[in-house]
Write a new protein. Structure first.
Length: 154
């Protein structure tokens, strides 16, 4: 997994509209790049809505928000429309970004093992350096924006 102090890759992927998103698109901004398991599941919806609701305050503090999951553009468009999300979602259908960031891992549910995305948030500064990593166990999906704002401080 990429760690604090590592440089994030420039090419992030394509969003819900097929537009290429690069880290360099956010020059002068810091970036909240959050990885989540699946569109329209309860925890992922709560997290996305928290970031949606905190978006204006995050922008005021100089942060942009981009979500990433392995679902396709069509799934992301439905998720965005249903929840009125105000930030882009990268469709990492070939798993390249989840693997680059080290958040694609073996998971277990009811004893069944499978590969999936670990819920993880990376805070990336203006130079493309990772400043903070929120791991799955510490993310509170319903209040994730507040968690990030608390970490940012005044």
């Amino acid at each position: 997994m990429l760690q604090i102090g590592d440089k994030a890759p420039n090419l992030l992927g394509r969003d819900e509209n097929g537009q290429e998103i690069r880290l360099s698109d956010f020059k002068g901004s810091k970036l909240i790049l959050y990885f989540y398991p699946k569109d329209s599941t309860s925890g992922c919806t709560a997290e996305a809505c928290s970031l949606r609701d905190g978006y204006q305050e995050l922008r005021k503090r100089g942060y942009a928000v981009v979500g990433v999951s392995v679902q396709d553009e069509k799934s992301h468009l439905k998720f965005i429309e249903k929840n009125q999300l105000n930030f882009p979602l990268i469709a990492d259908t070939n798993n390249s970004l989840v693997e680059q960031f080290g958040v694609w891992a073996e998971k277990s549910l009811y004893g069944r093992k499978y590969m999936g995305t670990l819920r993880t948030t990376f805070i990336i500064n203006e130079e493309g350096i990772i400043e903070k990593v929120f791991q799955a166990k510490e993310i509170k999906t319903k209040t994730h924006a507040e968690q990030i704002l608390e970490w940012i401080g005044e």
